[in-house]
Design a protein around this ligand. Sequence first.
Ligand SMILES: [Zn+2]
Ligand SMILES: [Zn+2]
Length: 719
Amino acid sequence: MTITRVALPIAAEQLFDYWLPAGVDAPDGSIVRVRLGHRRLAGVVVAHAIGSEVEQSRLLPVEAVEPLHPLPADLLELASFVSRYYQAALGMVLALLVPPLGAGAAARRSDDVAVRFTEPGRTQLPARLRSAQAIALHQRIVQLDSISPIVLATFDEAERRFFRSWVKAGWLAPAAVPVDAPTRVALNAAQAQALDAILSARGFAPMLLHGVTGSGKTAVYLAAAERFVADGGQVLLLVPEINLTPQFEARVRAMLPGASAVSLHSGLADGERRAAWEAAASGRAAIVLGTRLAVFAPLPKLALIVVDEEHDGSFKQQDGVRYHARDVALFRGRQRGVPVVLGSATPSLESWAHARGGRYRMLALPERADPQSRMPDVRFVDDREGRKREGLSDATLQALSACVARGEQALVFINRRGYAPSYKCWSCGWDAQCPRCAVRLTVHRDARQLRCHHCGHAQRLPGACPECGNVDLLPQGFGTQRLERALASALPTARIARVDRDTVRARGAFADVRDRFEGGAIDILVGTQMLAKGHDFPRLTLVVVLGADNALYSADFRATERVFALLMQVIGRAGRAGLPGEAILQTDFPHHPAYRAAARHDYATLANTLLEERNDARLPPATHVALLEAQAHDRAHVDAFLASARDCAMQCRAGCEVEIFAPVPALMAKRAGFERGQMLVQANRRPELQRFLPAWRAQLATRSSSRVRWAIDVDPASF
Ligand SMILES: [Zn+2]
Ligand SMILES: [Zn+2]
């Protein structure tokens, strides 16, 4: 009897044995359906055996084999590495590699090709359309030229209905044959040099493409991709945000019209994701574009990996399997012997240190690609001086007003959504706290609510102070809603829109605002960091940054690095197409080194200073750390578990050069009703940490109780 050993998506370490019915074939990597107790689960076959230690009468059969490409050997090896390195159960890691299954996820092959209007579709269809929405959609598709699955994913339900009926009626047909010649972008000397370096790389070659904002990194990636695709290879392109994929997709289409590209991210419907997965697994998709999850896509002909905005925090998964997609991409590049290009205007200090130390090749794009375009001037407005209206200084308002009067556009950036970040009684000092988290509640004035941005708790705005009865309660500080109102009252003729998680919850809402801004229907866009990434608006000449000080003085050791990266990104939005750009930074600390460096557009000096500080403080990347996080309803349970975890670490340290720190409360000591604590383990050398962790984790598993939830975070994003 053939026994298959199956990894299941549960936290337990072990594999489970099932017998394979005669005539059924399930090679390693096959995705199978099995029963575990009362549950039916999908798992991955990772080995075969002749017999099992489980008594034969208790063995269950494999119930079904999914009609999918089995996961290839290299992906099984990748999963095993991720499981070991990030201290996660193999079955949980493999679950990340399996595409959506089930009837609803049946692959729709017609959706993984791009379509465009036929000649009659373009010219005759409009006369038959009645609804304004259909007419607008028609125009949009004509403008975009072709619609790929990625762009389709941004359509709302009504738009999809029109789209499908047009495909059915034959107005839209596959755009397989490129009609237009590819857009040729002339590369400047620095870009050409970077391209040469990528193309001449042999085998695994990690490279850091450090290019200032607007320096044309994408043109370099795509020129390299074109060459690898022409040679029959597949290219994996990772981007930090789902919202960036349609824009990236459009550029791929323009530059490589013949190449088939698919996207893979969690925003896709199951069927779309499964179709994209199969296109990647079969080698049909030459370019796979996606967010962090796409790093696990099956790619039989992988030839190049690109990680755009490699410094971005969203590449790190914060729960479940806590992997970092950039680091997994590097492992994969080594495993498959292909070049890996990490691109950023503000590289992570980890990558910067590797590039300086010679482990990564440094490719620099020091100038903007458009010779007409200059980096914007940066002006500091001292928040402690002068008159202010609702947090906006006179100087800022004048600049905004002048910008709008010139017919240009502005971006006002504050990294807080809602109306105000706290609600306070000035009589007794009470402020509204979340009952379930150790944080203040945010005022949402439109909804007349106080909301917690961490657990979702919401309550009505109280009319009086619950402590002293005072009725003069005041929102304190500023969020996007409050700024939007303040701007509307100060600049009544300006057309203002807001972009944050509250306004773009609906699918396609973000694309809609972006299109309106691009089309000139909006003068001032107020928003959070969603706006900071990758969007190019030619008439955007003024960027205003408010509230950056709060982030700078957070307790997180990466705070300065993050604020600086964000500032460089935001400032870099201004003045892209020949119009001179300006950035205004309202701050209490105009002389802070991070702000000064941002004003000089000088990444290297600040990065080197920060690296020295990290060395002195023995913080990553100078050291390697793992964080044990624990939470429970009762603080005593957290403390007891962590104390025991520390004793246990002392015992199983045996010979490993690791430093074990005392347990402390988490930065947010309570969240969603759970008391939280943590403890840090640190090593000067990564292998020492990796040698220590498995033994410690095995011990913790035997000591934990159901009352305490815990996880080990290797290379945590913050602590
Ligand atoms: Zn009070
Ligand atoms: Zn809360």
